[in-house]
Ligand binder design. Structure first.
Ligand SMILES: *Cc1c(COP(=O)(O)O)cnc(C)c1O
Length: 405
């Protein structure tokens, strides 16, 4: 087989379909977030303002976080030196797991190398090891949950997105004695909508199911201590597993699950993706712990973030730029055309120094192509004004429709 030819043909297919991904080569500037230096292919650079980061609160440059990481490197060096079981458990990991269990009001927590791995390994393990379990999964669940469920080869039912009645209908059709698990998210990344968590718990409880929630886009962001939407709604105790990431609002990297002592011990003891992988660097655990601790106490970042989301939405409304309404921190600006979406993004980057990655099919349905904008507390009023006037100019050049408020 001509492997090289095979790869090239497949890649050409992606380019043709408009799905080929080109990375923006950025150098983030600590102390100046959300500014970054962008490296062009010709070797030149220019400053850009990042408007699509998942470092939602700018914690990746927070003094308490960077200091904690520097200190841990100086004390413990770089890597963990092993898997958790073979010399890799560092005291910083233990402290982080205690911090996370406390954040979600759970008995215990377990950290993984990423949120992706935490979903894949936890769901994969629970659904493989619990005999005859049936998994009910929201139609818009993240790839990491889908892969974990698929890996387990368990029976699965997909319920329509956030449709509690459909979930109940599906659960009622199955053997009442079969063990069940319901897997869903709180804040969905692309539309920024929020699940009816309490209603889903009510239905799941009727059928005695385990309740597994991914709060990746919500941890650090919602609730009085940044415990997520379930904390804000006072219902963390109703969820058996709360999963999250340390890489988005907490600004570092890694993933985790929290739950009862036995459930966590079970995943710790049976999950291949946990057992056979080198533990996170101690400094990463130290930085994440500092970030969580800070956001438990401080609401300044969350409040400034909310103000900026409102300011960006109001400025778009003034210019008639359509953005999808939702109750979260994610502002999807609806372009509705793949090539215009990419063109606007390219021009914003090259001519206006504004970086927003275009979101096209297959990440979102055809016709709903968008710019997914994530305002942070660090965006200034000038940044907002520049974003909105630049986008407005390109909106006219593309002859895109405006929405009369
Ligand atoms: C980003 C994301 C993950 C994966 O988390 P990482 O820490 O980035 O691996 C899991 N679930 C959802 C919904 C996500 O958006």
């Amino acid at each position: 087989m001509d492997f090289n030819r095979f790869f090239a043909d497949k890649l050409a297919g992606l380019v043709e379909a408009g799905n080929y991904r080109v990375f923006a080569d950025l150098e983030r500037k600590a102390g100046a977030f959300p500014k970054a230096l962008r490296h062009r292919e010709d070797g030149t650079t220019h400053e850009v303002t990042v408007w699509c980061s998942n470092d939602y609160l700018g914690m990746g440059q927070h003094a308490s976080v960077t200091a904690a990481m520097h200190e841990a490197i100086d004390k413990c060096g770089t890597g963990a030196g092993g898997t958790r079981n073979i010399s890799g458990t560092n005291h910083y990991h233990v402290k982080l797991e205690n911090e996370l269990a406390d954040l979600h009001g759970k008995e215990d927590a377990l950290i993984f190398t990423s949120g992706y791995v935490s979903n894949w390994a936890a769901l994969g393990t629970l659904l493989t090891k619990i005999p005859n379990i049936i998994c009910y999964t929201d139609a818009l669940n993240h790839a990491s949950m889908i892969e974990g469920i698929r890996h387990s080869r368990c029976e699965k039912r997909i319920f329509r997105h956030n449709d509690v009645a459909h979930l109940e209908e599906l659960m009622a059709q199955d053997d009442p004695n079969a063990p069940k698990l319901v897997a869903f998210e709180s804040v969905y990344s692309m539309d920024g909508d929020i699940a009816p968590i309490e209603d889903i718990c009510d239905v799941a409880d009727k059928f005695g199911a385990l309740k597994y929630i991914d709060e990746v886009h919500a941890v650090g962001m919602y609730g009085p201590r940044g415990g997520g939407v379930a904390e804000r709604e006072g219902i963390m105790h109703r969820l058996d597993v709360i999963e999250g990431t340390l890489g988005k609002a907490f600004g570092v990297m890694g993933g985790y699950i929290t739950g009862s002592k036995n459930l966590i011990d079970f995943v710790r003891s049976f999950a291949s993706g946990f057992i056979f992988s080198t533990a996170l660097p101690p400094a990463v655990a130290a930085g994440a712990t500092a970030s969580i601790k800070h956001l438990k106490e401080s609401r300044v970042e969350r409040e400034a973030q909310k103000r900026n989301v409102a300011a960006v939405r109001a400025a778009f409304d003034k210019r008639g730029i359509p953005h999808m309404p939702n109750p979260s921190h994610i502002v999807p600006v609806m372009v509705g055309d793949a090539s215009k979406c990419k063109w606007i993004s390219d021009i914003l980057l090259e001519r206006h120094g504004i970086y927003v990655q275009p979101i096209n099919y297959p990440t979102v349905p055809v016709g709903t192509e968008r710019l997914r904008i994530t305002p942070t507390p660090a965006h200034s009023p000038e940044d907002i004004a520049h974003l909105v006037s630049s986008l407005s100019e390109l909106w006219s050049q593309c002859a895109l429709a405006r929405q009369v408020a």
